[in-house]
Design a protein. Sequence first.
Length: 227
Amino acid sequence: MCELAKVLVADDERRIRELVQDALESQGYEVMAATDGAEALDMFSEAEDVSLVVLDVMMPQYDGWTVCREIRKRSSVPILMLTARGEEFDELHGFELGADDYVTKPFSLALLLARVAALLRRTSPMAEGQVRAGSLEIDSATHEVKYKGRLLDLAPKEFETLLMMAANLGRVFSRRQLLTSVWGYSYFGDERTVDTHMARLRSKLGDDGGRMIKTVRGFGYKLEVND
């Protein structure tokens, strides 16, 4: 992870903008937040060291397409588009304008962070693609997880949950925080889903590795290194 990277986030939906900002800042990124396309272009012009741009497609003033096009005229900075659309034409249009990657709403914050890390890794030799916690190794690009050299077979949500906790070693997450980060901001299901996934993770990590996942009574979970 590139902890000194500066990320510009532009989204006119306040809740999504703040969720993305909080998630990025929790990983050590410095975040600049814009509420529309015009403000995003102004911020980008004033800042000299933006490492990556996250753009919502549908914004007032200037939409994400326009912002992407204008940024590409002056910079090769990685651009990640956020869109509620899933049509192939929209994705192709974005790539033609110079976008580097797409995340479709509703999205998992854990996967968004993995996409951000992957883009930064492509453009910065100092960026790390792996998260390590003791004998646990997680590759956010290949989605491979190893514990003491043993490759684990994890379901997508199990992978995203473990990635989020390992990247924030020692931090206590409530069940609702994990649901929001992994299942997506639009998920309103039973919080006991988290307990089920934690039980499966502990089983797959084995007796020793499973003890890394700590239950914080009455609140949630955290990951601690045992070795």
